[in-house]
Design a protein around this ligand. Structure first.
Ligand code: ADP
Ligand code: MG
Length: 617
């Protein structure tokens, strides 16, 4: 007896529908994407009862002919690919020809569509795959597709729907993903008669602020990178606005929202040294890649993507974001155009580049070294300058960016020293711009482009942090005239012993005397003898609590803690030369704009703007 049947289309479509449409939000996604594929410049989304009773999308796209209007509900009916090869050059969102067939299998659908050249349009009514009727009608050019009573014939699915508020928030999220990256299109989104979003065509930044409020402009800095394998454009949160939850994280590839754990990690990695652990940046990043080098066909809901150049993409994306946040305070406030292009030469297939790292010479000081000045808190590291130093160009190119301002540069370029400079030869710094300290807390100085205001503690934290991270400070350790003893509880003493190798790398020289007592004979340059015990106590406390967290980076956590306790505090009065050195050191940092715990270190005010603003009011 034969027992195999071919399932009727209606049943096959219903089964397939389960994959494509599992909740109202997925139908919304398919309809919005079809509207955009049809080239619409205006798209309206109308929702009733969180999509249970109505999901309607109205577009002014190309519309369909009478027969296409019937055919589009057939399975594998698509105008977007003709042969298997087309799959590798897809520029549209849809291509499987499944969505409308699936939706029609599980809902009552009413479609009106008209091509721009035709006077009359056509209306099609379908219920659970059966065409109930088609007739000519007059309607605006474009397509209006209404999906009513979703899952009316699949009670099991209907019963699985969550509360309206939850289903609506899924719809909203889908809407945001689509509307964010299609910023050249107008969108109007109604739910139960209320307008939730009314978005006008503009650029990416405008779309982000229309959607998330104007304050997003202050929170974001721009990322721009143009390489042979990828164009990156978008915005990431400034470190000080990182949040404890992964909130607004949007990654797009070729105008399509995607999830890609590796690339998402690349962005978060760029923040490692500038925000505390367990804080997350927000981002809106668009990658444009040659469609033949990606495979979007691996998941029916198509938020997952495979890239041929994944390793390179990771490296480039991380470097691009890192650069953007390292320079944000300068880039956005001075309105630089994107700073120095990174040029990635074409890469042979399969070539895996090294993740770019900015290299440092820990011995480099652009202003030569200073003698420790008397009295107060800020002592500069004694480092010497070598003329082949990579940082020297980084430093000077910071000012090259403002060509016109270059003449006025007041920080002299470092003068080349004889091959073997001795530290004691130099007693002054080359940054001679006068500084003013206010409230013993902020330093005011001038840059060619405006007034520079620095938070002395945050800035010094950044300087020390980067110095410690570079780790090879043992050579610049300062011998103490009188060794200092430190004592810890037995448990802390154990941890301290474990950390001694790291601390030695940072420039501490430590010996054991007894189980719980240690003698410190040398420290890195910024430590005051009287504060050593306190610095270590705080470091141990913070280290213990940080290590309770998964994935904590030991080195980073130590450096952050040491930097925050070693840095000059607010309230400490500084000498002119110390302020000048601090500014010089800060600008040699990789991420000068922000402290290791995410506080802003500086701001640059353009007095012209201030005064003109006032006059115009
Ligand atoms: P896919 O988008 O994968 O091709 P769909 O089932 O979503 O499959 O749509 C089938 C076809 O119907 C599309 O290829 C397109 O030709 C047509 N179509 C769907 N929606 C619209 C629309 N809003 N405007 C014009 N044509 C449309
Ligand atoms: Mg589609």
């Amino acid at each position: 007896m034969d027992i195999i049947n071919i399932l009727p289309d209606s049943v096959a479509n219903q089964i397939a529908a389960g994959e494509v449409v599992d909740r109202p939000a997925s139908a919304v996604k398919e309809l919005l994407e079809n509207a955009l594929d049809a080239g619409a410049s205006k798209v309206q989304l109308i929702i009733k009862d969180a999509g249970r009773t109505l999901i309607q999308v109205i577009d002014n796209g190309c519309g369909m002919s009478d027969s296409d209007a019937r055919l589009c509900f057939e399975r594998h009916a698509t105008s977007k690919i003709h042969k298997a090869d087309d799959l590798f050059a897809i520029h549209t969102m849809g291509f499987r020809g499944e969505a409308l067939a699936s939706i029609a299998a599980i809902a009552q659908v009413e479609m009106k569509t008209r091509q721009h050249d035709n006077e009359l349009g056509t209306q099609v009514i379908i219920e659970g795959c059966d065409i109930k009727g088609q007739e000519s009608c007059s309607c605006p050019a474009g397509t209006s597709l209404a999906v009513k009573n979703l899952f009316y014939n699949v009670p099991a699915r209907r019963n699985f729907l969550r509360k309206d508020s939850i289903e609506l928030s899924h719809i909203e999220e889908i809407f945001k993903r689509v509307a964010l990256i299609n910023y050249g299109t107008d969108f109007l989104f109604h739910s139960n008669g209320k307008i939730l979003y009314d978005l006008h065509a503009g650029n990416f930044a405008e779309r982000i602020s229309q959607m998330f409020g104007n304050s997003s402009r202050e929170r974001l800095c721009r990322v721009d990178e143009d390489t042979d394998i990828v164009k990156i454009h978008g915005y990431v949160t400034k470190p000080e606005f990182a949040k404890k939850t992964r909130g607004e994280q949007y990654l797009f590839v070729n105008h399509r929202f995607i999830k890609h754990p590796t690339l998402n990690a690349a962005i978060e990695k760029a923040y490692t040294d500038v925000i505390p652990e367990r804080y997350y940046p927000g981002y809106f990043i668009h990658l444009e890649v040659d469609p033949s080098r990606i495979d979007i066909n691996i998941h029916p809901t198509k938020t997952e993507v495979k890239f041929i150049d994944e390793h390179s993409l990771f490296a480039i994306l991380r470097a691009a974001v890192k650069r953007a946040i390292g320079q944000f305070s300068l880039a956005t406030e001075l309105e630089f155009n994107p700073v120095e292009e990174v040029n990635f030469p074409p890469m042979p297939e399969g070539y895996v580049p090294k993740v770019p790292e900015v290299s440092y010479d820990p011995n480099y000081n652009p202003f030569h070294s200073t003698e420790k000045s008397s009295g107060s808190g800020y002592q500069s590291a004694k480092r010497s300058y070598k003329d082949d130093n990579p940082r020297s160009t980084a430093w000077t190119s910071f000012y090259d960016l403002q060509t016109e301002a270059k003449k006025e540069v007041q920080f002299a370029e470092p003068e080349l020293l004889s091959p073997e400079p001795t530290i004691s030869e130099k007693t002054t710094v080359d940054n001679t711009t006068p500084c003013l300290q206010i409230q013993n807390r902020y330093i005011i100085s001038s840059l060619p482009s405006g007034l520079l205001i620095i938070d002395q503690h945050a800035a010094h934290e950044r300087v020390i942090f980067e110095r410690l991270r570079r780790q090879k400070l043992s050579t610049s350790a300062q011998q103490l005239l009188f060794p200092v003893n430190c004592q810890f509880s037995p448990a802390d003493a154990d941890i301290f012993t474990e950390l001694m190798p790291d601390l030695k790398e940072y420039g501490f020289e430590i010996g054991n005397i007894g189980q719980t007592t240690f003698v410190i004979t040398a420290t890195p340059p910024d430590v005051k003898d009287s504060e050593i015990q306190q610095i270590f106590d705080q470091m141990l406390t913070e280290y213990k609590s940080a290590m309770l967290q998964k994935f904590a980076d030991r080195n980073q956590c130590l450096c952050r803690s040491l930097a925050s306790h070693m840095a000059i505090k607010a309230g400490v009065q500084l000498q002119q030369i110390e302020m000048q050195q601090l500014i010089a050191d800060l600008f040699c940092c990789q991420s000068p704009g922000v402290s290791p715990t995410g506080k802003k270190t500086m701001t640059i005010v353009n007095p012209d703007n201030l005064l003109n603003d006032n006059l115009s009011k």
